[in-house]
Design a protein around this ligand. Structure first.
Ligand SMILES: Nc1ncnc2c1ncn2[C@@H]1O[C@H](COP(=O)(O)OP(=O)(O)OP(=O)(O)O)[C@@H](O)[C@H]1O
Ligand SMILES: O=P(O)(O)OC[C@H]1O[C@H](OP(=O)(O)OP(=O)(O)O)[C@H](O)[C@@H]1O
Ligand SMILES: [Mg+2]
Length: 302
């Protein structure tokens, strides 16, 4: 493959198949970049922009970005920080530019022990063996806490390690906790919290590629902001407008429109940049509002 520095097309690495794949592609599509993806193909060309997608294992993405093989990458902060620590420890360039945190891939890296274990606190791990896919993040944390424990590195199925007699504890990703529960483990210490990130290679991009990134980032912000935002329409008593304004979270300068045949009420249209809960709608109703509509927003630009 041609290194990104020689390639005229902006190359973006995404996870081929896993927890981050669908959302990364969905986000790019929402930013107006069209792809025709074939399951088997590792390289996909955009149909409407000089952009290529490289579909790889998530573990390879930080290194590809740091080495300038690709221009951008979508990756979990856990994998990013693990790779950075490993490369620093082995004297390899570990620079990258963090472009945007993304609102998906939220999880935590935690130490867990078998439920029947008499674990009281972290010092109980002294002299024990911990199975993990993230040895650098784990050892970094243990060192900070003054704990000496050995690591058994497993690239998958970490949760079965205690049962299989491979380790006393595990250090693995947790989201709902269902995997730990199903394997008779309990979460003890959160050592790292993570979400997906968009990162860029450390060296400057060509002007043409930089222009593409400058176009992509505001679109990405617009998509992420729109996801939380709602367009709210309601009828409100004129006398309650001040209360309505205080109830609508993140809504600036609502539009107030007269209603035909009703002098006491007005129509209020507002964009709320925060989630609108049922409770708020109930409160609006309680102060005399009616016909309350909450609509999703697809895109936003300031
Ligand atoms: N349960 C989860 N909920 C939310 N995000 C998660 C969860 N598990 C993992 N992630 C995030 O998604 C990333 C990819 O997870 P996944 O399980 O698909 O990785 P993988 O099995 O290592 O895939 P690959 O085959 O690409 O190496 C993780 O590094 C983490 O950032
Ligand atoms: O707390 P939970 O909601 O159960 O999520 C945690 C699990 O999710 C991830 O694995 P994934 O399901 O992506 O499969 P994998 O082990 O094949 O990577 C992670 O490695 C944990 O095993
Ligand atoms: Mg992986």
């Amino acid at each position: 493959m041609v290194a990104a520095t020689q390639n005229q097309r902006l190359t973006i690495a995404v996870q081929k198949s896993g927890r981050l794949s669908e959302q990364s592609i969905k986000l790019l599509k929402a930013c107006g970049i069209k792809f025709n993806l074939h399951e088997a193909r590792l390289l996909a060309h955009s149909q409407n922009q000089p952009i290529d997608l490289l579909r790889v294992r998530d573990d390879d993405i930080p290194g590809l970005v740091m080495d300038g093989v690709v221009d951008l990458g979508f990756v979990g902060e856990n994998v990013l920080e693990e790779t950075r620590l490993e490369r620093v420890a082995t004297g390899i360039n570990a620079d990258y530019k963090a472009l945007r945190p993304l609102e998906f891939g939220q999880c935590r890296l935690s130490i867990a022990v078998p439920k029947e274990d008499s674990y009281q606190c972290l010092t109980d791990l002294n002299g024990k063996r911990i199975a993990t896919t993230y040895p650098y993040l784990l050892q970094n944390y243990l060192k900070q806490q003054g704990i000496q424990a050995s690591t058994a590195v497993l690239t998958g199925s970490v949760e079965v390690a205690p049962r299989a007699g491979l380790a006393d504890a595990i250090c693995d990703l947790v989201s709902t906790g269902a995997t730990l529960e199903a394997n008779g483990l309990q979460e003890k210490d959160v050592i790292f919290t993570s979400q997906a990130q968009l990162i860029q290679r450390p060296e400057a991009l060509s002007p043409a590629k930089q222009a593409l990134v400058d176009q992509l980032l505001p679109r990405l912000d617009g998509v992420q902001l729109a996801k939380e935002s709602k367009y709210i329409m309601l009828h409100a008593p004129k006398a309650a407008l001040q209360q309505v304004a205080t109830l609508l979270p993140g809504a600036e300068d609502p539009t107030i429109l007269p209603l035909s045949h009703n002098e006491q009420m007005v129509a209020v249209h507002a964009v709320s940049t925060e989630t609108l809960f049922w409770e708020t709608m109930e409160e609006l109703k309680a102060i005399g509002c009616s016909s309350i509509l909450v609509l999703p927003i697809e895109k936003m630009m300031g």
